[in-house]
Design a protein around this ligand. Structure first.
Ligand code: AMP
Ligand code: GLY
Length: 417
């Protein structure tokens, strides 16, 4: 099989790494890929949002399966386009991807189908939103409706911050049309947990649990990022919580999709909060998580391409999926200044020393030139290690992270602590 991975982040490097281990696969392509993917795949210079260009490439090259990493092309309808031309694609169509593409759609979907989630209201008018924001109490959560690269969520601790956030989104239009509508949400407290599920028209199968760290600095200080580290399994995912997730969230979600005639195919990401009042859904994503993928796929013992084929062909219920009992920890090495502005094109050293037995470096913002790697983004790479338990995995991952060097490099010291 020829497999095309769409995207250029750490998630996509991990997907390419796992896909390339499949006995079914002869060749892996990445569009546009990154410095690390260039070592295991043929990178082609097509943007992940160039849906027509990607489809033409897949036709010309005879790609047997296209795996879409990021949300933007999915929400824009890449799966619909590929299906229209008879191409096999792993990822939901635009209608199903709206669960991530519109936070308002997703909250209303949960509400009418009885899926547990925090209280919320939708606003299109700034004054009206300001009038009602007090009713939620503080802190309160404010979200732009559309895609905003993880930056459209603000937790406002008082009225003044709420006003600032609503102004930015609704008046200054920081996120453009993604801010046409705004969600004001009840602030939930508890422990966060990510569960990714493989999904076809009739079946949902949860993968192993994970925990993501969204803030830039230790002790969850500073602004939100795309994710600064992860570990798997997540210890809040006890057998009881697993049962509750299955009966109160996953199965109702499967039924709700059926009832509403939404044919979901791919990975559905459940961003969850385990609260005193049960598990609640914070958000859905229509794809693998980044950097959750970096700690989940190293634990997958089954052939990922075989699973993806089952999803595409609608026979997931018959697919066996096996996981390793080991723990996995991923530390994101980021550019100095991230998530604000940062320098690029800095030489990265120490990569060979960092890699080792069950220790992997998944590239994100890197590029390769004449055999050397340079920084090319905010999150540069995820140093990932498997271990018999979390502490062992953590020690290995940090030892490896300490071997990598580039100017301004920053990372959290408290991942998986
Ligand atoms: P989202 O992109 O919707 O997952 O939001 C990003 C992050 O904001 C989440 O991972 C949580 O840490 C936080 N968050 C979002 N919604 C809420 C909420 N209703 N209550 C508390 N924290 C939230
Ligand atoms: N780790 C959060 C996300 O993938 O959106």
């Amino acid at each position: 099989m020829k497999v095309l991975i769409v995207g250029s982040g750490g998630r996509e490097h991990t997907l390419a790494w796992k896909v390339s281990q499949s006995l079914l696969v002869d060749k892996v392509y990445a569009a546009p890929g990154n410095g690390g993917m260039a070592d295991i795949a043929q990178c082609v210079d097509i943007k992940d949002t160039d849906i027509k260009g990607l489809r033409e490439f897949a036709q010309k090259e005879g790609i047997d399966l296209t795996v879409v990493g990021p949300e933007t092309p999915l929400v824009a309808g890449i799966a619909d386009e590929f299906q229209k031309y008879g191409l096999r694609v792993f990822g939901p169509n635009a209608e199903a991807a709206l669960l991530e593409g519109s936070k308002v759609f997703s909250k209303e979907f949960m509400k009418r189908n009885g899926i547990p989630t925090g209280d919320f209201k939708v606003f299109e008018d700034f004054d009206e939103a300001m009038e009602q924001v007090d009713a939620f109490g503080f802190p309160v959560v404010i979200k732009a409706d559309g895609l905003a690269a993880g930056k459209g969520v603000i937790i406002a601790k008082d009225r003044q911050e709420a006003e600032g956030a609503l102004k930015e989104i609704m008046i200054e239009r920081k996120f453009g049309s993604a801010g046409d509508r705004v969600l004001v949400e009840e602030f939930l407290t508890g422990t966060e947990m990510t569960i990714l599920c493989f999904v076809d028209a009739s079946t949902m199968v949860p993968m192993e649990s994970a925990r993501d760290y969204k803030r830039i600095f230790d002790d969850d200080k500073g602004p939100n990022t795309g994710g600064m580290g992860t570990f798997s399994p997540n210890d809040v995912y006890t057998p009881e919580i697993k049962r509750e997730f299955r009966t109160r969230i996953m199965l109702p979600m499967r039924e709700a999709l059926k009832k509403e005639g939404i044919e979901y195919r791919g990975v559905l990401y459940f961003g969850l909060m385990v609260t005193g009042g049960g598990i609640k859904v914070l958000e859905f994503n229509c794809r693998f998580g980044d950097p959750e993928t970096q700690v989940i796929l190293p634990r997958l013992e089954s052939d990922l391409v075989e699973i993806m084929n089952s999803v595409v062909d609608g026979r997931l219920s018959k697919q066996q999926i096996c996981w390793s009992d080991k723990s996995c920890v991923c530390i994101i090495l980021a550019s100095g200044g991230y998530p604000g502005s940062y320098k690029k094109e800095l030489l990265i050293e120490g990569l060979e020393q960092a890699e080792g037995e069950e220790t992997f470096v998944f590239h994100a913002g890197t590029k390769k030139e004449q055999g050397k790697y340079y920084t090319n983004g905010g999150r540069v790479m995820g140093v990932t290690a498997l271990g018999a338990d979390r502490e062992k995995a953590r020690t290995k991952a940090y030892a490896a992270a300490g071997k990598v060097r580039f100017e301004g490099m920053q990372y959290r010291r408290d991942i998986a602590k």
